[in-house]
Write a new protein. Sequence first.
Length: 444
Amino acid sequence: MYFLYSLFALALFVVVSPWLLYQAIRHGKYVDSLAQRLGSLPVSFNMDAEPSIWIHAVSVGETLSVRPLIRELRQHYPRLRIFLSTTTMTGQQLARRNVPDVDAVFYFPLDFAFVVRRTLDLVRPRLFLMMETEIWPHLLRECHRRGVKTAIVNGRLSSRSYPRYRLVRPLMRRVLAHVDRFCVQSEESARRFVDLGADPARVTVTGSLKFDSLDAPVAAADVRVRDRVVRYFRVPASRPVLVAGSTMRGEEAAVLRAFRKLKAAQPGALLILAPRHPERFDDVEQICREEGFRTVRRSELPVDAEPRADIVVLDTIGELARIYQVATVAFVGGSLVPTGGHNILEPAVFGKPVVFGPHMQNFAEIAEAFVAHEAGVQVRSAGELEAALVDLMADPVRRARLGAAARALVEANRGAKDRTVTALLALLPVDGPGAKVRPFRVVS
């Protein structure tokens, strides 16, 4: 079974190699990270071969979610080094800048047996944590052989990925047997993991770390003084601001149509447009200019000044979550096109009314809770998006009601971090057995 998986992985690598080469030449991706992806880390990485906790977070969203958990692990396991790996370049950049509690950051290795062995020889983990849906057969089997404890943290199986895993259920049953603990977001994900072969005794519903990863908002006056990011957006309270975050190809056109209607009604309106992928910054800026809007990049803004353009293209990494606090209304992208959606909690924690599309498979439980508690607006099409954004911008009472419900929902569902730590302490004890882990539920 593992031999067939290895052949498939090798064949897939050969097939995608031309695309990887194109990305390397066109956008500079993968060039600097190739050695680490092949299991070659700097000699200074773990020179004294100290034991560690290895945490893997794919990209920006997972890296942001795991930060509060890392702080807790540092307190409970002071004798272990903590290493963080990412798959994407944007996740790597964010981790190096915004996750100070780790000893080192590196790129996740390719899942070939000889590669993961080289990486494990250097990292020397006692505990390996995978964020969300990171299931790598060779790495998990090698951890099992070496006695490394393993856990899936903030685990989920979306309605899109679950059927794919079921197609290879015999392999998944063997792979999941090498996972010592599943800390999952919801009862539905727990059921799906068990159906794929996970031992029910090892599955614990701890809730979503995304609720705990959000910093509590501070007073508006303190934000203007202390927040470095917000200092580039000195927007008066009377100026309408639409923040369209994590947009994907095909969504900007709908946002721009809605913004044009908004400008007709409120000429001073500002759009902050944040493409999900950095390689699209140039294209999105060009689209905005071709539509006739005065457009500037965030990196070109002067500090402590109000943006005078119609549109600001956010061309920085890791700032979007904090910029939501200046929004009048927020649209969270990746949801109008079928890519699974992005994190609607980031604007919600600031009490902002949030709009999102129909494709929210990656945040299904959270999206359902927002709709059920009237804490957000879910639209079904680009036309509905335009209408929803324009209507909300014109209705301060509804904005306030939606924003208050969104923030209340976030605050009511914090606690996954503590439940997850309890489960991990039971898996890798420090000062005795952990307490019983309570199940997660969405609180109204």
